[in-house]
Ligand binder design. Structure first.
Ligand code: PNS
Length: 163
């Protein structure tokens, strides 16, 4: 079975991520979306919330499963018999660091990285920009799944922001 991992923080998942996940699901038998658990960084969404959202938005993709990992991505890959990492490249500026990580992951384990060009509709998108815009009342609909738009609104209301 050809299995790939789409790793990331997904705080929150954007339509750019979803585009890569769904295209990867056409190339591989199974795609594992793996959420990084970073003990040093608290995000806007908790890890269970990110997983729940990812499960909801990928429910229509039969060969996509959601997981989480901490530590090295290659250890997660070895544990789950994954030989390929799929990453989206938004711009040349992404490439330097991504190439370094791909070569390190290849050096650490027999794991290759497959780069996909991001859909130009989403090439300016990042989770942090989405959070910043949404926190200040900007419209992020069309850039993230609908469930993310409404969950962002809930978070912002609960935090007493919104203007
Ligand atoms: O969505 P992000 O935060 O840009 O994703 C980055 C991620 C999780 C893909 C990357 O930081 C990662 O793979 N972290 C795991 C730790 C690791 O394996 N580091 C060595 C990379 S060579």
């Amino acid at each position: 079975m050809r299995r790939a991992v789409c790793p990331g923080s997904f705080d929150p998942v954007t339509n750019g991520h979803l585009d890569i996940i769904s295209r990867a699901s056409e190339l591989f038998d199974e795609v594992v979306v793996a959420v990084l658990v970073n003990q040093k960084k608290t995000g806007l969404f908790t890890i269970p919330e990110r997983i729940e959202i990812l499960q909801e938005v990928t429910a229509g993709l039969g060969n996509v499963v959601i997981g989480s990992f901490h530590g090295l991505l290659v250890d997660f890959c070895l544990e789950h018999e994954i030989r390929s990492i799929v990453k989206g490249l938004r711009a040349v500026s992404d490439f330097d660091y991504e190439l370094q990580m791909a070569q390190m992951n290849r050096r650490l384990a027999d794991v290759d990285t497959v780069f996909m060009s991001t859909n130009p509709l989403y090439s300016f998108l990042s989770s942090s920009l989405i959070k910043e815009v949404a926190t200040h009342g900007g419209d992020v609909s069309g850039l993230v799944p609908e469930v993310v738009t409404s969950r962002l609104a809930d978070k912002i209301t609960a935090a007493g922001h919104g203007g």
